[in-house]
Design a protein around this ligand. Structure first.
Ligand code: ADP
Length: 457
């Protein structure tokens, strides 16, 4: 069932139940009140008649009947019966007609002293009445019954009014709740319709954000923000693919040209060797590029192994490894590092990924510093450790400093150095996976300081 109908039904059910409850309470209370008032009047009537009959010598049955029928307190279809202590009927307010009464009831009245009951439309009361003048005579029993014409009419009227109100109330609630739920859920229907038309091809479409305040508007705002993120990542994906294919095509085209010239011309052994050397270099470039792409593309959580690692050991490992490929003098470690114990500064992370990250930063520093030394320092601050890689190289233009962390971006001043523009993107990704970050401070022609921040273990 649609939410719109569910809401309308639920609301109607609630209102119908409340109306039923209130109507029941009102009717029951009025009915009880009528009973109390009428039985009170009936009791008064019974007592007055009995008193006149038993205690006032001057009044006989005939006179009492006249008084009963003509008094202002006379009730509709009133019948008063008085029985003497031996259960003999001594007075009936309708003497000319035979009356029916139950002996069992008289016995019950003698025992209970007062009994109230109804028979058909008649309210009845029975009460035991001792003579004030001569109590030795024993108790008389008075049975009085009458029809509460006015009270019952009022009650019937009240019941009809309540029934009409109930049906009108429920009917109006059905209409109002149907209209209200349609009114409030209309924006959801509109959003639904719009969402159906949003595909990967038209991610630029946005939902109407209504008044921008209520929950539905908030839903539309959040959905639009999600579309923004999706759109951005689609764009990044597209630009990544086009950059990657461009980068792969350059060495492949060079290789094709080399192979073509080797096949088409007859060359000397030295010239063939030259071609092979070029091919080797291009293949190296392709391998480097595809490795970088792989690192960018693979999900890190699959390769990540979290261990507690000593930052000092990590740096010393990288230093000893670099010794084989780089001129050792290029990288100067802060002497304080050698004095530290391995467990002085520890982080949690994947050893091989963190080495890749630090090696990238150090490789870049060496590559772009034209032989000037590179300085490595470590610092502890609160719950973080900071590793600074400082060079005195070509520096990075201010406008490029944010962009260098995007895949395939290379600064204008870096074009004459070999590279693919992938290393920093990979490094930033690895740092983020370790809840850390890589930042840069740089000045053109002066040098750069790359800082890796990692949370301490
Ligand atoms: P690559 O070095 O292969 O070009 P990176 O992603 O490592 O790729 O670096 C991206 C760009 O950032 C470089 O092309 C360069 O413009 C700039 N860069 C990185 N490190 C340095 C540095 N130490 N000094 C100057 N520029 C740097």
């Amino acid at each position: 069932m649609r939410i719109r109908y569910k809401l309308a039904l639920l609301f109607t059910l609630i209102v119908a139940s409340l109306l039923t409850l209130f109507s029941y309470v009102i009717y029951e209370d009025s009915s009880r009140h009528r009973d109390e008032v009428f039985l009170g009047r009936l009791e008064n009537k019974a007592r007055t008649t009995a008193r006149y009959l038993i205690d006032v010598k001057e009044i006989n049955n005939e006179l009492l009947r006249i008084i009963d029928q003509n008094s202002l307190t006379a009730l509709d279809e009133e019948l008063v019966l008085v029985f003497d202590p031996r259960n003999k009927l001594v007075y009936s307010s309708i003497d000319d007609k035979p009356v029916k009464y139950s002996r069992r009831l008289i016995a019950e009245v003698r025992e209970e002293k007062i009994v109230e009951y109804t028979e058909g439309v008649y309210d009845q009361i029975g009460l035991a009445f001792p003579s004030k003048i001569d109590s030795s005579k024993g108790e008389y029993v008075v049975l009085a019954s009458a029809y509460d014409k006015f009270g019952k009419y009022k009650l019937r009227n009240l019941r009809n009014t309540l029934l009409i109100c109930w049906f009108v109330g429920v009917g109006l609630t059905v209409l109002a709740s149907g209209w209200l739920s349609a009114y409030f859920l209309r924006p959801v229907a509109t959003i639904n319709e719009k969402i159906q038309h949003i595909t990967a091809q038209n991610l630029k479409e946005r939902l109407s954000e209504g008044n921008g305040k209520d929950e539905i508007a908030q839903l539309a705002i959040n959905f639009n923000q999600m579309l923004n993120r999706l759109d951005m990542s689609f764009e990044q994906q597209k630009s990544f693919v086009s950059h990657a294919s461009h980068e792969l095509r350059t060495p492949l085209t060079a290789m094709k040209t080399d192979i073509q010239s080797g096949l088409e011309e007859t060359l000397s052994a030295e010239e063939y060797r030259e071609i092979l050397r070029d091919l080797f270099q291009d293949t190296q470039r392709l391998i480097g590029l595809t490795n970088g792409l792989l690192q960018l593309a693979r999900p890190l959580d699959k390769v990540l192994r979290r261990n507690t690692l000593s930052v000092v050991d990590l740096l010393l490992d990288i230093q000893s490894h670099m010794g084989a490929t780089q001129k050792v003098t290029d990288i100067c470690f802060d002497p304080a590092i050698f004095e530290m114990k391995p467990d002085d500064i520890q982080v949690t992370g994947d050893e091989s990924l963190l080495k890749t990250l630090l090696t990238n930063l150090m490789d870049n520093a060496c590559k772009y510093s034209n032989g000037h030394p590179v300085y490595i320092t470590i610092e502890r601050q609160q719950s973080n450790c900071f590793i600074h890689v400082k060079d005195q190289g070509i520096g990075i233009a201010e406008k490029d400093q944010e962009r260098i962390f995007g895949a395939f971006f290379r600064g204008n001043n870096a074009i004459r150095y070999t590279g693919y523009g992938i290393g920093l993107a990979v490094s930033q990704r690895i740092a983020e996976w370790h809840d850390g970050s890589v930042s840069v401070q740089s000045e053109l022609h002066q040098g750069s300081t790359f800082t890796l921040r990692l949370p301490l273990a």
